[in-house]
Design a binder for this molecule. Structure first.
Ligand SMILES: [Zn+2]
Length: 529
């Protein structure tokens, strides 16, 4: 083969071709088989023309809703055989290839090259591609690479597929073609880190459980951490093995394996570090349906762990320690009206963005006309779709009344009267108007030993779960700067607090029921269950 032509071909093939749609350019022959998978590089994921990651596409939590979104992916695929291309594919690639060749010869002032065909490129005797590599032959490095675009078919599999046990396995809608994703676009990768952590931990847990000799009930988060530290974190081989070393190192016994004479003392991993990894994904472990079906750990202690983690994250944060958070929990805020941005800036832990987005969109359509609602309207009527009227409560109207109003005092009294029957049982704080959050917009529940914290800048799933759509939207839209200065935000805050207080009542075996008397003000009544 003339050396010059080889150089030209190398130049023409340097950049990947496309992007093409997989259904158009790939044939049914192009498939992964045991022992030989199709490999995608620079994998990129998009929804609605925005780059996303697997954290979003893999429906983080089993909320029970069916995800009907269409996820588009792109990746670079190296074509190993001409039969991998459809007829259209051959034509499209040849057209782009010859266009590149013509542009090149014009630029170089050369005579146009004869038409290049895919068949010619892959010719066993005279071609450049698809030949068995010969050691020392540089030509085998040439590759025909296409930028492929398709739609997601099945959930992504990481470290759980038989074909790609250590990697990421991806299915396209077209011919259910399966790919191994070898490398990722940086943004898609960054937005996939929680997904990777979850399945990495799950793979580790599956390994730890092994043949399952430890009864299910004993497999608590602490147990997994202990098992990891005992069996995986510090393997015996580490003690005499140096990974990076110099052959002149006097302590090295075996030059090939880096074995040392003296025992090494690698850093010991602290329990807390490992527990933090489980903590960061604790919501996922108890909500993902697939994981639940695997039954490798008992639900109850893990759910209790999830609740503890919620508190521990904030307790750590108060000491300036970041512990137990999923990746990307503190995304920056930017001003924008767009619902999608509002949602993305406020990842609600435990809810797929779509659900939150829908909730907000619903709120937006209902928001008008503005005059239709008074600021101090009780929450029960403003959220007919979200609240069971029987469970609606009175705090909203009591708390949110202008502080100057004398009526609020009498209202508090009536609450107190009722409360007196259960005086010893009910924490006093529950009958008091809560203190507003400080300048950091964080509120700590005053009930002794509760420790519950609401960060109004970073709402969690639990914070918003019982709130009306309008409230969620208003809080997340963040047009308010400070709860203290914004009456509407204040109202939303009170709604949130009373929701939390309802949980306290529920813990005490009490239910809070709102009754509407002749007085338009609402009154609380307690039942002992
Ligand atoms: Zn509380």
């Amino acid at each position: 083969m003339p050396q010059l032509q080889c150089k030209i071909i190398e130049e023409l093939l340097r950049k990947p071709f496309g992007p093409y749609r997989d259904e158009e350019v790939l044939s049914a022959e192009c498939q992964s088989k045991p022992g030989k998978t199709l490999v995608l590089n620079s994998f990129q994921l998009a929804y609605d023309d925005e780059i996303i990651g697997l954290d979003e596409s893999e429906q983080p939590l089993g909320t029970g809703e069916v995800d009907t979104r269409q996820y588009r992916f792109r990746g670079i695929l190296s074509i190993h055989s001409p039969v991998w291309l459809s007829q259209v594919g051959v034509k499209r690639v040849e057209a782009e290839l010859n266009l590149r060749a013509n542009t090149r010869s014009m630029r170089e002032g050369e005579r146009p090259t004869p038409t290049i065909t895919i068949e010619g490129l892959f010719n066993k005797k005279t071609g450049y591609l698809g030949r068995t590599p010969v050691p020392g032959d540089n030509e085998f490095k040439l590759e025909l690479r296409l930028k492929i675009q398709g739609f997601k078919n099945f959930p992504a599999l990481y470290m759980i597929s038989k074909l790609v046990p250590d990697g990421l396995f991806w299915h396209s809608k077209d011919c259910n073609r399966a790919y191994e994703v070898a490398t990722m676009d940086i943004y898609t990768f960054q937005l996939s880190e929680n997904f990777f952590w979850r399945y990495r931990l799950l793979a580790l847990m599956t390994k730890i459980v092994g043949e399952g000799r430890t009864p299910l009930e004993k497999r608590t988060p602490e147990w997994f951490v202990s098992q990891y530290l005992e069996r995986f974190a510090h393997p015996a081989s580490d003690e005499h093995e140096r990974l990076i070393y110099d052959s002149t190192d006097s302590d090295i016994v075996d030059i090939d394996e880096g074995r040392t004479r003296l025992p090494r003392h690698p850093r010991r991993i602290h329990r807390r570090d490992i527990l933090g990894l489980f903590a960061a994904q604790s919501e996922w472990f108890v909500t993902d349906n697939e994981v639940k079906r695997k039954r490798i750990f008992p639900f109850k202690p893990w759910n209790a762990f999830r609740k503890e983690v919620r508190k521990a994250r904030w307790q750590a944060a108060r000491n300036n320690v970041i512990w137990g958070w999923p990746v990307g929990h503190d995304e920056d805020d930017e001003d924008s009206e767009d619902t999608r941005n509002v949602v993305e800036r406020n990842p609600i832990i435990g809810k797929t963005n779509e659900i939150v987005r829908r909730k907000i969109d619903r709120a937006k359509t209902r928001r008008t006309p503005p005059s239709a609602r008074r600021v101090n309207e009780p929450s029960s009527s403003s959220s007919s779709d979200e609240l069971d009227p029987a469970r609606a409560h009175a705090y909203m109207s009591d708390f949110s009344r202008e502080s100057s109003s004398t009526a609020s005092d009498s209202s508090d009294e009536s609450v107190d009267e009722r409360l007196s029957d259960f005086g010893e049982l009910i924490p006093r704080q529950l009958s008091q108007v809560p203190e507003l959050p400080g300048p950091d917009n964080r509120w700590w529940c005053p009930v002794p030993d509760c420790g519950h914290m609401v960060d109004l800048q970073h709402l969690t799933r639990d914070d918003i779960k019982a709130l009306s759509a309008t409230t969620v939207f208003y809080l997340m839209e963040k047009k308010w700067r400070s709860i203290r200065e914004d009456e509407r935000a204040k109202k939303c805050f009170f709604e949130m607090v009373s929701k939390h207080y309802e949980d306290h009542f529920a813990d005490l075996g009490l239910r809070f029921v709102q009754t509407r008397g002749r007085v338009s003000r609402s009154r609380p009544v307690f039942y002992n269950r």
